[in-house]
Design a protein around this ligand. Structure first.
Ligand code: HEC
Ligand code: HEC
Ligand code: HEC
Ligand code: HEC
Length: 206
C-alpha cells in the first residue's frame, strides 16, 4: 500500500514535469526578448484581430518570399503548405521576428536557426515532398487521416493545393516533423524522439 502511494506520487511528479516542459523555456519562448512584450503566445497568436486566412488566430507576418525548392525550381508561397509558411515568417529570415500585431520589426533570426529561402539543402517539403497515396516500396503508407503511423509515433502530412492542377495533395511540411509548441520536449522540438532515426524511418522504408 505504502509502495503504491509512493509510485503514485512519483507518477504525478513526472506528469507535472512533462506539462511544464513544453513551450515555456523552449527556443520558442521569446518572453525574455526585449521585443516580445514579456508574453509567450503573442508573437504568434492573438485573441483578437488575427489573420483569418492563416487561421489559428495568427498574429505574425507571413513570408511572401521567393523560394528555391529542393529540386531547384523557383516560386512563391504557393509551393509550400500553409503551415510551413507560418514557420517561414520567422525562419526564412525575410521577415523580422518582431513583425507581429501589425508592427514591422527589425530583429531577424539567428543564423543557426535560419533555414533561408534556398531550400535545396533542406529535406524536401511542399511541392517536392508529395507523399505517395498508392502502395510504395520506398515509403510506409499514409492512413485515411493523412498520417503516417509508425511504431514510435504518428506523423501528420499537410494539405497543399498543387497550383499545376488545383488538386489538394498531402505533403511533408515543417510541422510534420516538428511541433511549434515543443510538445513532449524532445530535442529540436521534434514530434517524437529521433533517436535511432525513428522520425526518418516512420516514412522511409530503409
Ligand atoms: C513560435 C510560434 C508559436 C508560439 C510562440 C505559440 N504558438 Fe500556438 N501554434 C503555432 C503554430 C504554427 C500553430 C499551428 C498548428 C500546428 O503547427 O500544429 C499553433 C497552434 C495553436 C493552437 C491550436 C492547435 C493546438 O495545438 O491545440 C493553440 C490552441 C495554440 N497554438 C495555443 C498557443 C498558446 C496558448 C501559446 C502561448 C502559451 C502558443 N500557442 C504559442 C505557433 C506558436
Ligand atoms: C515568431 C517567430 C517564429 C515562428 C513563427 C517559428 N519560429 Fe521556430 N524559432 C524561432 C527562433 C527565433 C528560434 C531560435 C531561438 C534562439 O535563437 O534562441 C527558433 C527555433 C526553432 C527550432 C530549433 C529548436 C531547438 O531546440 O533546437 C526549431 C526546430 C523551430 N524553431 C521550428 C519551427 C517550426 C517548425 C515552426 C512552424 C511550425 C516555427 N519554428 C515557427 C522563431 C520562430
Ligand atoms: C523530415 C523531417 C523534417 C522536416 C520536414 C523539417 N525538419 Fe527541421 N529538423 C529535423 C531534424 C531531425 C532536426 C535535427 C537535426 C540534428 O539533429 O542536427 C531539425 C532541426 C531543425 C532546426 C535546428 C537547426 C539546428 O542546427 O539545430 C530548425 C531551426 C529547424 N529544423 C526548422 C525547420 C523548419 C522551419 C522546417 C520547414 C521549412 C523544417 N525544420 C522541416 C527534421 C525536419
Ligand atoms: C513524413 C514523411 C517523411 C519523413 C518523416 C522523412 N522523409 Fe525524407 N522524404 C519524404 C518524401 C515524401 C520525400 C520526397 C519524395 C521522394 O523522394 O520520392 C523525401 C525525400 C528524402 C530524401 C531524398 C532526397 C532526394 O534527393 O530525392 C532523403 C535523402 C530523405 N528524404 C531523407 C530523410 C531523412 C534523413 C529523414 C529523417 C531526418 C527523413 N527523410 C524523414 C518523406 C519523409
Amino acid at each position: 500500500m505504502k509502495r503504491q502511494l509512493f509510485v503514485g506520487t512519483l507518477a504525478m511528479v513526472c506528469l507535472a514535469t512533462a506539462a511544464q516542459a513544453q513551450i515555456t523555456g523552449s527556443k520558442h519562448d521569446f518572453s525574455s526578448y526585449a521585443w516580445s512584450g514579456g508574453e509567450i503566445c503573442k508573437p504568434c497568436h492573438t485573441p483578437h484581430f488575427g489573420n483569418v486566412d492563416a487561421g489559428f488566430m495568427w498574429n505574425h507576418e507571413l513570408s511572401s518570399a521567393t523560394f528555391t525548392m529542393f529540386e531547384g525550381e523557383v516560386g512563391g508561397p504557393e509551393l509550400l503548405d500553409e503551415r510551413s509558411l507560418m514557420c517561414m515568417g520567422c525562419h526564412d529570415g525575410t521577415v523580422a521576428l518582431d513583425s507581429f500585431g501589425g508592427t514591422t520589426g527589425s530583429n531577424t533570426i539567428a543564423a543557426w536557426a535560419k533555414i533561408g529561402t534556398d531550400l535545396r539543402d533542406d529535406h524536401p517539403i511542399g511541392a517536392d515532398a508529395i507523399y505517395p497515396t498508392t502502395t510504395s516500396t520506398r515509403f510506409n503508407p499514409q492512413n485515411a487521416a493523412h498520417q503516417v503511423p509508425g511504431p514510435w509515433g504518428s506523423l501528420r502530412l499537410r494539405a497543399w493545393i498543387d497550383p499545376t492542377d488545383s488538386v489538394e495533395k498531402y505533403v511533408v511540411g515543417c510541422s510534420t516533423c516538428h511541433t511549434a509548441h515543443n510538445a513532449g520536449n524532445y530535442g529540436h522540438m521534434m514530434r517524437f524522439s529521433n533517436q535511432a532515426s525513428h522520425i526518418c524511418l516512420t516514412c522511409h522504408i530503409k
